[in-house]
Design a protein around this ligand. Sequence first.
Ligand SMILES: Nc1ncnc2c1ncn2[C@@H]1O[C@H](COP(=O)(O)OP(=O)(O)OP(=O)(O)O)[C@@H](O)[C@H]1O
Length: 567
Amino acid sequence: MSELLDGLDEQQREAATRLLGPVCILAGAGTGKTRTLTHRIAHGVATGVYAPDRVMALTFTTRAAGELRGRLRALGAGGVAARTFHSAALAQLSFFWPQLVGGRTPEVLPGKARLLGQAAESLRMRVDSAVLRDVAAEIEWRKVRRIPLEEYGRIAVSRALPPGLGVGGVVELQQRYEDLKDEQRRIDFEDVLLVTAGMLDAERRVAEQVREQYRFFVVDEYQDVSPLQQELLELWLGPRTDLCVVGDASQTIYSFAGASSEYLLGFASRYPDATEVRLQRNHRSTPAILAAANRLMRGRPGALELVAADGDAASAEPTVTRWDSDADEAGGVAEAVAAQLAAGVAPERIAVLYRVNAQGGVLEKALADRGISSRQQGGTRFFELDVVRRAVLELTSLSRTGSPKGLYETVADVALSIGWTVQPPDSQGAVRERWEALNALVELADQASEGTTLAEFVAELQERQSSRHEPTMASVALSTLHGAKGLEWDHVHVVGLSEGLLPISHARGFEAIDEERRLLYVGLTRARRTLALHWSAEGLRSRPREPSRFLAELRSGTPGAGRRPAP
Ligand SMILES: Nc1ncnc2c1ncn2[C@@H]1O[C@H](COP(=O)(O)OP(=O)(O)OP(=O)(O)O)[C@@H](O)[C@H]1O
């Protein structure tokens, strides 16, 4: 048996050896989806079942595509295409457009706001940027579901539309936006998929050529597929069935963007001959954390019962702490983080998670007040930080002219010239962040394998930049629950577990509340070793708050719940 299968558990191996035909891998949080997927592809390539350039691995984010590419390369399957739906479609569109239509491919709009503003102006509608944002969201909602504008006009009456416009206004604005876009020969993000699907559907030659190129398809995080993406996937496949999907219905947290776990859960009925494999052995968290996570999802469609791969019976129960106010909560969490750091935990192994971005600021400050550096996920990207840009620029030019020193010394010299020091600065905030960033670059150079040249190192930095694969900085992670998807930390704090924050106040109705439940589930399952849940009893202007309904569900049978953590 190929040694690529050695590091897999039994269920993972079963999934990784089913190389042909329709395969559906229902995989819970922390069960090693990416490992299974990448080893499956690499196994297929190593055994000669797949020609690497005929495999297409699809993801939903650039970060996930980059991670997949990196892992496949490391497993000897670097020739496999790992792309987002969007980039795969754009590549095909750019290739076929000049042949079919002639001329250059239409420019893709970087966002909708500007053109929507022009559309509103030409209709003499007075709307502010918040309304334009809401209308842009409506356009996206409609297009990823493949709903024509006329039909949208009929269903929009039951949608929460931006104030002041009415259904007629929203439809009119959307129509004008589409017209302007056509006049200017531009397309938007969703059009990339719509136009590519249209092209494949209408032009047999194009469909045949694309199908000839790609024979085996793999989709990661399949619970996030939208009707539009599903349609494109079916067009890519044609009559063939060599499709492997991996997903977890309990982690569907992008319904607002069109994600639907229906396709994942309905796979077996669409492909009656499909092989279905369930991954339920969780390699990440302790049994106590998994018990809480399982309780939260019990009875939900597609929920998988997670079992700890290493059953450490002595694992600590998740704690629940009530605080008097948000400020107390932030201070208390910062104290708890300080205690974890003092006990020797590395900062990058700790995360504080919350529902909305705005909650991050107060936490960042509370941590900084205690001399703890933190980093908000989704803040300024690593490679966009000023010092990192300068360092990459200098390293790139040095790689061309050549450097007399070894890789580590060269990178350290460049970092020193930009302000890095061997010892970290005492101060926090921006100074510390710059230091951490340069230090992360120096560490990358330190960890590079023996004999890596400067040119190779620079190429790796560029690959990391394009795939958003950021090096780890020695700081505590602050992240929204959405931003935490796919990540893991030893110690996780989730704050704001009160009604109105989680579930968030605008989540009304069973479906919307269930999406909030799944968001919390994603948060809980990020924790490897300890999980601390927090809520505060007083909101803005001293308004009293109730604990989140989800806490009651987690609490049942959780002995440590309801108590303050031990000092
Ligand atoms: N067979 C295995 N043996 C040991 N560790 C494993 C195995 N499979 C996965 N892991 C580890 O378990 C953790 C979870 O794996 P991974 O991140 O791939 O899971 P996932 O299914 O993508 O999780 P999620 O959906 O929750 O983000 C990782 O730390 C990974 O290294």
